[in-house]
Design a protein around this ligand. Sequence first.
Ligand code: C2E
Ligand code: MG
Ligand code: MG
Ligand code: MG
Length: 284
Amino acid sequence: HAKKTGRNRLAEYVPEMTLRTQRRIRLERELRRALESGGLEVHYQPQFDCGTEQLVGAEALMRWRHPEQGFISPAEFIPVAEDSGLIVALGEWVLLQACTEAARWMRMAEEAGIPPPSIAVNVSARQLREKGFLDVVLRTLAATGLPAMQLELELTESMLMEDVESAVQFMREARGKGVRLSIDDFGTGYSSLAYLQRFPINQLKIDRSFTCSLPDDGTTIVSAVISLARDFQLAVVAEGVESREQLEWLRRAGCTYAQGYLLGKPMPPEALRQLIEAQRQPVH
Ligand code: C2E
Ligand code: MG
Ligand code: MG
Ligand code: MG
């Protein structure tokens, strides 16, 4: 009897795999076309100082408007792009868009007499493995005129743990050029504290899964990350801040920056520029 169930389960499993594979192959082809024909966009989610609630920067997040299926989440298409290697081209495209936009923010901020907002760009494991990745970053900075200090690359624990030696070398070189580095989704991976000490990073980003349960739950973990960051002299960004209560708790706990729907969703470039304009000091 058990055997029969096993066989039936296998029979259901195989066509399902095939469908999934077919969908992935199709997505990959359409994604490539989207990259070539302007079907992709970059949205920007603002980041704020927890204390002053002033705009300090934004994270670039990729958006794909599929002609038939509508909006497709990066959570779905980034893994497809990783598997096919297309993420390298996509990543270069996002980096160029983001740095071009941030150079524009810099000019706007200068005119408005406010500090220039920084830009955070997500890096995939595959990009980090490419030998010439840092050169791509430096060439993009040179081409757009964005100072390295205003660019922050978001890396994850798991990608750094894939090959610690190469990752540390990349990070040292990038930092040497002035580029800032942060660890995204911090706390969800499994790097040890010993590695944290070896990684020349500037900032930790507390994963949304911890932020979302504040202030009733998760306070022990978030407090621990904040004090860890303080000891290592790192800034901390809380991701996924959705309520006033959470923001207030984070501010009191000593969190540096906040990002989340409460303060601003990812938005098209025009909307973020308006937000920068709104920060302009009133003329008396
Ligand atoms: P991530 O880098 O951790 O980005 C944060 C995600 O949380 C974003 O989802 C953002 O829209 C979402 N988020 C921000 N605040 C809130 C909130 O208050 N509540 C909720 N429920 N969600 C919030 P998104 O844009 O769907 O991106 C998902 C992931 O896809 C990103 O996670 C990142 O890992 C990846 N990704 C996005 N753009 C790129 C890219 O250009 N390159 C690479 N390599 N990965 C990207
Ligand atoms: Mg990120
Ligand atoms: Mg994150
Ligand atoms: Mg995340």
